[in-house]
Design a protein. Structure first.
Length: 209
C-alpha cells in the first residue's frame, strides 16, 4: 500500500484547526452505531423458553458509549469523541468500505486515526503501522511491543510528532483480524496517555471474520 503522508498530514491538520466546520459536515456516528447494534440484536436467535418456576434473568445492557461499530468491526474510543469517515470527506464517491478505509476523531486534547486494509493470509501488520506513522511528522520513540491478543497479532509503539505543537506525543499500533489488517494512531499532550488509549480501543475491538 503506497504511503500518502502529505495528504494525511494536510487533512489531519485542517481537521484539527477547523473542528467546527468538520463537525457540521460529519454524519451522526451515534445513529450509525444504534442501527448496527439494532441489526445485530434482531439477528440473534430467540432464547429457549424458561420454565415458569425459574425467574428470568435481566439482560446485561449493551454499552454504546465510547464504541464505534461500522464496516464489520467495532472499536473503542473516548466517550467525548466520535469517529467520522475521512475517505468519504475527501471523496464522497469513494467512502470507506469493508476492504479499506480511514477514520478520524478529535477534540481539544486528542487526535485519533484508524485505518484498515484487506490483506488475506497476512500475519504481520507492520506494513500498515509504517503507513499510519507518517515519517514526515512522526518519529518512533522507544521499543516496539509485540503481543498476541485474542488470537490477533498486535504491535504498539510510542511516537513523537510535529503535526501540532499542542499534541507532541502519541502512539501507534497495528493488528490483524480475519482477512484484514488494522492500524491506529493517536496524538496526545502527554507521553503516558497513548498506551492506555490503545488498550481501551483494542479491548473493545471485534471484527467480522
Amino acid at each position: 500500500m503506497n504511503k500518502k503522508p502529505l495528504l494525511y498530514l494536510t487533512f489531519s491538520l485542517l481537521l484539527f484547526l477547523s473542528a467546527a466546520c468538520s463537525r457540521n459536515a460529519t454524519p451522526d456516528p451515534n445513529e450509525q452505531i444504534r442501527q448496527s447494534v439494532a441489526a445485530t440484536l434482531a439477528a440473534m436467535p430467540t432464547p429457549t423458553h424458561i420454565p415458569p418456576s425459574t425467574p428470568v434473568p435481566s439482560p446485561t445492557p449493551f454499552k454504546l458509549a465510547g464504541l464505534f461499530c461500522e464496516y464489520s468491526f467495532c472499536i473503542g474510543h473516548p466517550v467525548d469523541m466520535a469517529f467520522f469517515d475521512v475517505s468519504a470527506q475527501q471523496n464522497p464517491a469513494a467512502p470507506s468500505t469493508y476492504s479499506q478505509g480511514l477514520l478520524a476523531a478529535f477534540n481539544g486534547n486528542l487526535f485519533i486515526q484508524v485505518m484498515w486494509q484487506i490483506a488475506p493470509d497476512t500475519s504481520d501488520p507492520k506494513f500498515l503501522l509504517d503507513t499510519i506513522v507518517d515519517e514526515a511528522i512522526d518519529t518512533f520513540d522507544g521499543n516496539m511491543d509485540v503481543m498476541l491478543v485474542r488470537n490477533m497479532n498486535v504491535m504498539f509503539t510510542k511516537i513523537t510528532s510535529t503535526a501540532t505543537a499542542v499534541l507532541p506525543f502519541g502512539g501507534a499500533g497495528a493488528w490483524t483480524c480475519g482477512d484484514r489488517v488494522f492500524a491506529w494512531k493517536v496524538y496526545t499532550p502527554q507521553a503516558e496517555t497513548a498506551n492506555p488509549l490503545f488498550e481501551e480501543a483494542l479491548a473493545r475491538f471485534t471484527c467480522g471474520q
